[in-house]
Design a protein around this ligand. Structure first.
Ligand SMILES: O=C(O)CCC(=O)C(=O)O
Ligand SMILES: [Fe+2]
Length: 205
């Protein structure tokens, strides 16, 4: 069965318990998604992620960039991460996402995976600056990729395929109970951009 033939359906919660992950399905047409992909590939200030982990310097293949209302800062993996002021097209897209989701966002962490050899390992987005019940809106552009949730204390795993133009919203206790990861696959040769819109609280630190 070729899963690519099936457009993702909206789903109020893809998790069985202990969190909420809303799948909005495709919120952008194939044409719009492709235009955004090409534009953001060119116009966002992509850089490898780097820092120190257990005293070891690392530099990822995956590229990242963080934009926000202000030049927010936080310390992570032995490096100071700093937000750039919004890129105008990204800010306009954020406005639209806020309307769809009904929640404000003051920053966006963007990831660029050049092909399927690049992924993102198991983690939770549970930094103190995101607050206890963070609402994170994740828009996918480009190659279809497998995205998984794994419960931290139980055996449950949830697998999703994220298509170009698909919007996922994580909220409630999701980050507390679940980890997520973007899986690698050598068969995928196209790039993918993921935009995660977040609300960054500056009072903490
Ligand atoms: O690329 C993705 O879909 C996931 C990105 C992610 O989990 C993150 O930026 O924290
Ligand atoms: Fe994440």
């Amino acid at each position: 069965m070729n899963l690519e033939l099936f457009a993702p359906e909206r789903c109020d919660n893809v998790l069985p318990y202990d969190g909420i992950v809303q799948d909005y399905g495709l919120v952008l047409s194939a044409e719009h998604s492709e235009r955004y992909l090409q534009y953001f590939l060119q116009h966002l200030a992509w850089q490898p992620d780097e820092g120190l982990l257990f005293g070891q310097y690392y530099r990822t293949q995956r590229q990242v960039v963080w934009y926000g209302d202000e030049q927010y800062q936080y310390r992570y993996s032995g490096a100071v991460k700093q937000a750039l002021l919004w890129q105008p097209a990204l800010w306009r897209l954020k406005q639209q996402i806020e309307q769809w989701v009904g929640h404000p966002f003051n920053s966006c962490l963007a990831n660029l995976y050049q092909d399927g050899t690049q992924g993102l390992g198991w983690h939770s987005d549970d930094e103190p600056n995101l607050g206890r019940h963070a609402v994170i809106a994740s828009l996918s552009l480009g190659a279809t990729r497998k995205f998984c949730f794994q419960h931290k204390h139980r055996a449950n795993k949830v697998e999703l395929l994220l298509h170009s133009g698909q919007l996922l919203v994580m909220r409630g206790t999701t980050q507390h109970y679940w980890k997520h990861a973007l899986m690698k696959s050598n068969r995928i040769i196209q790039p993918r951009i993921n935009l995660t819109f977040r609300y960054f609280h500056t009072a903490i630190e």
